[in-house]
Design a protein around this ligand. Structure first.
Ligand SMILES: C[S@@+](CC[C@H](N)C(=O)[O-])C[C@H]1O[C@@H](n2cnc3c(N)ncnc32)[C@H](O)[C@@H]1O
Length: 233
């Protein structure tokens, strides 16, 4: 059965669209950036990584090529069909219970900015449920001015223009963020609900789930490493 569309999320363009508005064909085309370097600098070589919201494997495949083992989770079967070389599981992250723990859990792609606080807690509890005692959670946050420094765009070498067009208030501190991805031969759009989080709100959400920030992994503080709140060190 197809998962239910997530409220406030939508996407347009060729091919299948996931419940949160991602286009499968788009994510299969998007190039990977610095993510594998960031991960490799923050976790033990060859670690087994639980990747939550893996999409079409944009980051999964380079991680596998670097010698990591990856268990890749997504609620979209069409996304998972693009993933090669990883164990996959089709499930909402909120409901995931694999009955095992991992050295590394990844919650990337700004999923921690879920509009609904209950959803965010469920995502973080899944991270904790699957985290080994001395394990690490890698979380990707939005940059501090991402909802105000608009519109902004970047053009990459492959002829892709990514344009973050607007972030319109949608009530209760949540914004509706609209993005366009323009290739020479196709255009996709995605609209998502996103709740900006101050450093304090982010750390409070982690604490509520039993996690604490261990260190920031990037100068812009968008990637952080977290550990069990009661872990030593
Ligand atoms: C923006 S895409 C990013 C995919 C991949 N992380 C990347 O960077 O290319 C987000 C992915 O997470 C999945 N996703 C979003 N929320 C989810 C949830 N609550 N449970 C399971 N999958 C989710 C979507 O289906 C989509 O494939």
């Amino acid at each position: 059965m197809e998962p239910r569309k997530r409220a406030g999320h939508r996407g347009t363009g060729p091919g299948a669209i996931t419940p949160d508005g991602c286009a499968v064909e788009l994510y299969a085309r998007l190039p990977c950036g610095a993510e594998p370097d960031i991960v490799a600098g923050a976790v033990p070589a060859g670690a087994h990584i639980l990747e939550l919201g893996c999409g079409a494997g944009r980051v999964t495949h380079p991680l596998l090529a670097r010698g990591f083992t990856v268990t890749a989770v997504d609620e979209s079967r069409e996304m998972l069909d693009r993933v090669r070389g990883a164990r996959t599981r089709c499930s909402p992250i909120e409901d995931l219970d694999l009955g095992e723990t991992f050295e590394v859990v990844m919650l990337a792609s700004f999923l921690v900015h879920a509009a609904d606080a209950g959803t965010r807690q469920a995502l973080l509890r899944t991270c904790v449920r699957h985290l080994a005692r001395d394990g690490r959670v890698l979380i990707q946050r939005e940059g501090e001015d991402w909802h105000t420094n608009l519109p902004r765009e970047r053009v990459d070498a492959g002829g892709l223009t990514v344009r973050i067009v607007s972030a319109e208030p949608a009530g209760d501190g949540v914004n509706s963020v609209h993005a366009e991805y323009v290739f020479p031969d196709a255009t996709w759009t995605q609209t998502v609900l996103s709740r900006p989080l101050t450093k304090q709100q982010f750390e409070d959400a982690l604490a509520e789930a039993g996690l604490r920030v261990d260190r920031c992994l990037t100068a812009d503080r968008t990637w952080v490493r977290a550990v069990h709140a009661d872990a030593g060190g």
